[in-house]
Design a protein. Sequence first.
Length: 402
Amino acid sequence: MKNIFTVFGKELTVFLRDKRTLITTFVLPIVFYYVFFNVMTGMALKTKKEIKNKTLTIGFSQTIQSNLIAYLKTNLKNLSFTTVPNIDKVETLLADKKLEAFLDKEDGKIVIEYNSAKRLSREAKKRLEKGLKDYKNQLIAKNLEELKIPEEKVNPFEVEDKDTASQKDVAMAFMGRLMPYLIIIMLFSGALGFGLEVSTGEKEKGTIATLLVSQATRTEIILGKLFYVIAIEILYSIVNIAGFFLASLSTSKMVSKEMASQALEEAAKHSDKIQQLGVSFHPVTILTVFLLIVPIGFISAALIIAIGSYAKSMKEGQTLMTPVILAIVFVAILTLNAPLKVPAYFYFIPVLNTALSMQEILMGKIVYLHFFLALGTTFLLAALLVGFSVYLFNREDIHFRL
């Protein structure tokens, strides 16, 4: 055991001495997520505001009644209306952005022509739909009044939706879907560079021979390297997830300010829903998620070191890892689009069952059967892969492949 920790300490010392690696591993992710999220959110909010304040040009045919156009001009903001005598040119005008939308009347129907590939055209369609709906309701109310028919006779009830989910519920649902994917990808990406460096990298640098003749057995050497890679990849994942959370918190404040501004403009009709996005995790949630992360760490580290031990060069190691990473990404993506009723056999598939169980936990529902199935099967696969990496490392022909 002493030799295992000696190898572990040797690798960790090399890692800590490299300031560039420390910065790219622990500092860069936090800075990247913060800058990326804030820039993207800021640009999205700015674009949304620009679109909202943009005056859009709406064309209409001679079949559209003048009182309808007068109503839309009066009640809809930032719309400019122009007559289009030749309707055959409408598609060209929409494609060239000379019009954002076009109103026509066909067989008693008012048709909104627009170009869904253009953002401003989609915005024009949305504004026109609201205006036309309001105008239609006004005409119906006027006609009913003239006929002395109570509105309740033709419109017996209104439909209104009420979302019972709190901001926290929405945030937890989002995190529950996204976090397992991020954690699994981070674990494998974090292990890739370090795992290949301590296995294939030793061959390329010529230091593997010196290490093999040391007092430590080959099993102790590989286990020391394995524990080192696991420690680094878990730290790497924690830093990335922390950076993700900090960036999410920062951008949620920006979104909350935008929501509050809109609420003031609309007389604060829904001010009760204006609150910052708050996400908190129970200690049991953190502990169970961490327990699920550990065997995934063993799997990724053992798999990468096994491939690194077999590969003759870093280039070959990266090539051999490509299909493995693609397979892991595929499994992780499945959690983003999991079926409403997850088949029972999914919980017997290592890595996938971990992601699904993690998803349940993060959404506030711990199913202990799924948790222990994920833990058991993933640890079993991890043990097999660790054994396989030890077997490869003990083969003489593997270390001196030509």
